[in-house]
Design a protein around this ligand. Structure first.
Ligand SMILES: Cc1cc2nc3c(=O)[nH]c(=O)nc-3n(C[C@H](O)[C@H](O)[C@H](O)COP(=O)(O)O)c2cc1C
Length: 329
């Protein structure tokens, strides 16, 4: 069954664009590059997938230059709802980067307050900012000021740093800073990506603010896009790893093995056209194979593990082509 997870109204985060869906593809470093994003967006309608983001762009002590921002954005499809995600702690550098992005026509700026990587934490960026709601508010407010209403600014947090006791404070801080929407990944920084997620933390954020909240964490089936809304009251739902395992999760349609295979081969072809070496393309395909939940192409764990173990990129891609041939026959 295809659930109507869309509203007749345009989405509040893409004013002027006809993307009515409240389902979003999560930013994922090393995954949601321009190639993956466009393959997914091209296979979903604006009524089932309402937008996505670049991987995070780390901002240190100087504004990111247009050429660096262009690299994150990649070749652009006019009207495609792709916001840029910035992560940093230097207010001037973040503001300057946001302005440069706006000048390049980026329709939305998202701020990352969830990255648990050591490099980010050392620079007091990403999840480190969850320890200081007032500081988080300052970051949001300064970027909102820098773009001066030209585009919406959104924020993406985890439920907390070591614990989730302050999720309401964090949500209020993002709202007070002027965020147009707040995404809550229901895990804390300490919980990393561990299995099991507590969506009541999203519900608490929803109750604390009046801006739209986007719920995130373990939405790994189409049905859960509805469940997370029903259980938490969130207005948007964001899918991360679930979309690696099933790029059609947003529509919930069942997809033939041939169509699945086409996705993987289009992915490899597009990466190679963009200049990726065969080993790089193979590593990216492995990320999808690791999560792939559409059983027809990868019928069992044994096949999955064999593919994951393959070190030679050429061999891996030939083996995938073999699987494709098998299901075609
Ligand atoms: C490989 C990988 C890279 C990620 N990179 C980012 C990122 O660049 N920015 C961000 O805000 N979150 C990032 N995340 C977190 C996801 O956006 C999402 O919040 C998290 O995976 C939980 O959602 P899920 O359970 O649906 O995967 C990343 C997650 C993964 C697995």
């Amino acid at each position: 069954m295809v659930l109507p997870l869309s509203s007749p109204q345009p989405s509040p985060i893409w004013p002027g664009l006809p993307f009515t869906s409240r389902n979003l593809l999560a930013p994922m470093e090393g995954v949601t590059d321009p190639v993956f994003r466009s393959l997914v967006l091209a296979r979903q309608t604006p009524e089932v997938l309402g937008g996505t983001y670049t991987e995070f762009l780390r901002v240190l002590d100087r504004p990111r230059q247009p050429i660096e921002i262009e690299r994150m954005l990649g070749p652009r499809t006019p009207g495609a709802p792709v916001g840029i995600q910035l992560m940093g702690a230097d207010l001037d550098a973040l503001g300057g980067s946001a302005r440069n992005a706006v000048e390049l026509g980026v329709p939305l700026i998202d701020l990352n307050f969830g990255c648990p990587a050591k490099g980010a934490l050392r620079g007091c960026a990403g999840a480190a900012q969850l320890k200081d709601p007032a500081g988080l508010e300052r970051v949001v407010a300064s970027v909102v000021r820098a773009v001066d209403g030209a585009v919406p600014v959104t924020a993406k947090i985890r439920a907390g740093y070591d614990h989730a006791d302050d999720v309401e404070d964090l949500a209020r801080a993002a709202e007070a800073g002027g965020a147009a929407m707040l995404t809550v990944h229901a895990r804390t920084r300490a919980e990393g990506y561990s299995p099991g997620v507590d969506w009541t933390r999203i519900a608490r954020a929803v109750s604390a603010v009046s801006i739209p909240v986007c719920g995130n964490g373990d939405v790994d089936t189409h049905a859960k896009l509805r469940t997370i809304r029903d259980e938490t009251g969130c207005a948007f739902a964001m899918v991360g790893r679930g979309a690696l395992g099933n790029p059609w999760i947003f529509s919930g349609e069942s997809v033939s093995a041939t169509e699945q295979a086409r996705f993987l081969s289009d992915y490899v072809d597009a990466m190679c056209r963009e200049g990726a070496a065969i080993q790089g393309a193979a590593a990216r395909v492995k990320q999808l194979i690791k999560h792939w939940t559409l059983g027809v192409l990868i019928p069992d764990e044994e096949t999955r593990l064999e593919l994951m173990r393959e070190k030679d990129g050429e061999v891996l891609l030939t083996r995938i082509a073999g699987l494709v041939q098998l299901v075609r026959d």
